[in-house]
Design a protein around this ligand. Structure first.
Ligand code: C5J
Length: 230
């Protein structure tokens, strides 16, 4: 067991039972011309999360621990995209429209790819999700919960974008399913810095009502001290 200095109290990480979750680090959210930009967001705001996630991935990979990437995307025929999601707002590009990185938020298009700096490697899970949460309508036929249980995973450390949308939704879904959840503070970003801070505060309030938070330095230091790679 590895003790991580976290909020609101220490987090006891169990090697082999803790998956690193990287939420939606896709070109469509992080690069100009994609879904995030079409909604009027400043996509550069998400970039500070990239280096901390890369460092965490390196630590997990060095130890052979499980890594799970998600991608928010839809089938080419949009059969898994509720009209309410597609029609909301007044973006110049809607989900499924052709854009500079292919059709917006569609599986298999360049924009739905995970950015090159954080590309999954062989053996890592890649979960495509049509909603904000990673448990909703994913991993057919049995679902993500069954897959995680089958792999003996009981702890999830969350990174990725955006903090208050897909990271928080996935973390709340996981918390309700009984996972010990920790969000890595500098490995997640939002287009709205104040929403990120509010999300971290509400997750850890009330004794950790949704889970824990910690900076990547605390996670990496604890792992390095307790479990040298190799
Ligand atoms: C959004 C996400 N913000 N990955 N998706 O629409 O957070």
């Amino acid at each position: 067991m590895i003790r991580i200095a976290a909020r609101p109290c220490d987090y006891a990480l169990e090697p082999g039972r803790a998956a690193l979750v990287v939420i939606d680090m896709q070109r469509d959210f992080i690069e100009p011309g994609g879904f995030g930009a079409s909604l009027g967001n400043d996509v550069t705001r998400l970039q500070p999360a990239i280096a901390p996630i890369a460092a965490l991935l390196a630590a997990w990979r060095a130890r052979g621990w499980p890594v799970l990437h998600t991608r928010e995307c839809h089938r080419p025929d949009l059969s898994d995209c509720p009209p309410a999601k597609r029609e909301r707002g007044r973006p110049p590009l809607r989900i499924g429209d052709p854009g500079p990185m292919g059709r917006v938020l569609i599986a298999g298009e360049p924009g739905a790819d995970i950015i090159a700096a954080l590309a999954p490697v062989a053996g890592e899970w890649v979960v495509d999700k049509p909603g904000k949460g990673m448990f909703w309508a994913t991993c057919p036929p049995a679902g993500l919960q069954a897959r995680l249980q089958g792999a003996g995973i009981t702890q999830l450390l969350f990174t990725g974008v955006t903090t208050e949308v897909c990271v928080q939704t996935s973390m709340r879904e996981a918390n309700d399913r009984g996972y010990d959840c920790l969000v890595v503070e500098d490995a997640t970003e939002s287009y709205f810095p104040e929403y990120k801070q509010a999300t971290l505060a509400m997750i850890t309030a009330q004794g950790g009502i949704v889970g824990w938070s910690a900076p990547s330095a605390a996670v990496l230091a604890a792992i390095a001290a307790a479990a040298p790679a190799g």
